[in-house]
Design a protein around this ligand. Structure first.
Ligand code: TK8
Length: 338
């Protein structure tokens, strides 16, 4: 019976209780751990924003919540990390809205080409009621959207030839994010698009599997795409938001105070990230040219031609995204410019 008693005590003492999964996020000392992963590297404003989130949360909870940060796709790509949040093996990730549309179709409204005229309007719409209502829809997917951060206006690069007008897209093998609207929009422009996770992109360009891609200048520069891309144009064809995502199971397991702290930290570090990202996007086009990339300016006429070419795609996707969401976003954009 002594042996049995020792065995029972040993089983209780090793702390690997098969609880309801909260133990994976909180140790025996009540400290909860947030495992946070992103796709971009440690030089990008997105990671600097995540470090700011870590600093705020660990300080305001007196270390009761610890944040472990991972960058460069160490934990996976946008889609697989979002799935990890749903499964409870990771607590935070910050994907672009495009892959998120595979979980909540309404996010594809932000993939409508040439939707936002500038970042001021984007901020007002995203941080306003319409943007917040779209975040709410994540809760049905066991996800909580705490804030919008900024990826930025997307520009096309390639290794073949300058892109000056729509004609230059003809036959170009372009990687797009994993999002049907992006795919069909680039087909309408005459390109030959391939959806691909960001984690595979650099190798695909290096090996010539794709000729080009599209991302904001900060990403093009900080991820060293200039090493495998020759031409860059200011297509500015889409403004991409990031969404600061948290697993809903983890969020629901926090106290009310802790929920308030993580929400406010996501918003505050998001404003910090937007500021850094804008400064980066303003200065890195020059740096890309210093690294040898050839820059081509897209004329207003050429941009108008592209807008006309993608309009049928936008009309086709309106019902898939959700007519109400599309109409509300367009109205919010109009209101934001009054
Ligand atoms: C990084 C991605 C990236 C996005 C893309 O995880 O996939 O091209 O623009 O920023 O979210």
């Amino acid at each position: 019976s002594t042996v049995l008693l020792i065995a029972m005590l040993a089983a209780c003492g090793n702390g690997d209780s098969s609880g309801d999964g909260d133990e994976s996020a909180s140790g025996d000392d009540g400290v909860k751990t947030i495992k946070a992963g992103i796709g971009l590297n440690e030089d990008h404003p997105q990671y600097k924003g995540l470090l700011k989130f870590k600093e705020i949360v660990e300080k305001k909870t007196d270390g009761k919540i610890k944040v472990e940060t991972y960058h460069s796709g160490q934990l996976g790509d946008d889609r697989s990390m979002t799935e990890a949040l749903q499964l409870g093996s990771q607590e935070v990730t910050i994907p672009s809205t495009a892959p998120l549309a595979n979980f909540v179709p309404d996010f594809s409204v932000f993939d409508i080409p040439f939707l936002f005229p500038n970042t001021e309007v984007a901020d007002k719409v995203l941080d306003g009621q319409v943007g917040q209502d779209i975040l709410k829809k994540l809760e049905d997917q066991n996800l909580v959207g705490l804030a919008y951060w900024e990826n930025g206006f997307r520009d096309v690069t390639n290794s073949k030839h300058p892109i000056k007008t729509m004609d230059d897209f003809k036959g170009l093998k372009l990687r797009t994010m994993e999002n049907d609207l992006h795919l069909d929009a680039f087909k309408a422009l005459g390109a030959n698009p391939t959806p691909m996770a960001f984690t595979e992109l650099f190798t695909a360009m290096q090996q010539g599997t794709v000729d080009g891609q599209e991302n904001p200048y900060a990403t093009i520069y900080l991820q060293k795409f200039y090493e495998v891309q020759k031409y860059v144009s200011n297509t500015h064809h889409i403004y991409s938001p990031f969404v600061f995502l948290m697993s809903k199971d983890f969020y629901d397991g926090l106290s009310e105070d802790q929920q308030k702290i993580v929400k406010e930290a996501a918003v505050e570090s998001g404003k910090y990230e937007r500021k850094l990202n804008r400064e980066a996007n303003d200065k890195y086009l020059d740096k890309l040219q210093e690294e040898g990339m050839k820059y081509t300016e897209i004329s207003p006429e050429a941009r108008e031609e592209m807008k006309k070419a993608v309009q049928p795609v936008i009309d086709d996707y309106k019902s898939e995204i959700g007519e109400e969401t599309v109409d509300k976003v367009y109205q919010a954009i109009e209101d934001a410019q009054k």
